[in-house]
Design a protein around this ligand. Structure first.
Ligand code: SAM
Length: 237
């Protein structure tokens, strides 16, 4: 995995910004993920080369969208740490909050971060729509990220409340997300966001092209959002 990851980072044009240690750490992360996946459901991707490409390099592509140095990021629905842990390894000065509603995965992430000696990583157990109403989390982050968590209308309501005005919500999607984005335009606007850019990238040595929606927080999220999950589902914005 290590060689594939190093090559992929080079092909993304990122190698100059990243330490040699990062590829080693991503390699160890991948190994631990594959090991733990035998006893805990962490990922459907189990083959090392695929883990390197479809998890590590896919998440590394976010570095082409923004400068994360010294910033604070919340990864909503982090699961096995994607993209939050990958970004932390690649940008050690980034402060990362890993949020998920499944505590078992967070326990494993804590063990992993200890083994990798990553500091400035916090795991938070809870529902995104509940914590987003709490003062200590609301509009506290420069970035919110999410991959494979929910459809964009819902995701915007889960993620935008965490982002400071001026910050970014980076939604990792596939390239066929056009209709989903159009359906979410009103929700994004109501929540204080504005789609600023879309960044497409092909994961090195694959024919997989993904898209990052770069959504700027342009005004505060009205206090009534996020709503309860049942309402978000029943009456999407
Ligand atoms: N982001 C990871 C990735 O790309 O591999 C995990 C994706 S997994 C399919 C979705 C994760 O989102 C799960 O771990 C689930 O527990 C979490 N999740 C879904 N809805 C959530 C919510 N409302 N609040 C917190 N976590 C949530």
């Amino acid at each position: 995995m290590r060689a594939l990851i190093s090559q992929g980072l080079t092909e993304f044009g990122l190698s100059g910004r990243i330490s040699h240690r990062a590829a080693e750490e991503l390699d160890l992360y991948g190994l631990r993920l594959i090991e733990k996946n035998q006893v805990m459901n962490l990922t459907a991707i189990t083959e090392p080369e695929q883990v390197a490409r479809l998890h590590m390099l896919d998440c590394a592509a976010l570095l082409r969208c923004a400068d994360f140095e010294g910033k604070a990021l919340i990864d909503v629905g982090t699961g096995a740490g994607f993209p939050g842990v990958v970004l932390k390894i690649l940008v050690p000065s980034l402060r990362v909050t890993l949020l998920d509603s499944l505590n078992k995965r967070l326990d494993w992430l804590q063990e992993l971060c200890q083994e990798l000696q990553l500091t400035g990583v916090e795991t938070v157990h809870g529902r995104a729509e509940e914590l987003g109403r709490e003062e200590s989390f609301r509009e506290r982050f420069d970035f919110a990220t999410a991959r494979a968590v929910a459809e964009l209308r819902t995701l915007a309501e889960l993620c935008l409340p965490y982002v400071k005005v001026g910050g970014l919500f980076l939604a990792m999607k596939s390239t066929d997300c056009g209709p989903e984005v159009r359906a979410a335009e009103k929700a994004i606007r109501l929540l204080g966001g504005s789609v600023e850019d879309t960044v497409d990238y092909t994961i090195p040595h694959t024919d997989v092209t993904h898209r990052v929606l770069v959504i700027r927080k342009v005004s505060p999220t009205p206090a009534k959002y996020p709503r309860r999950f049942a309402q978000i589902k029943k009456q999407p914005l």
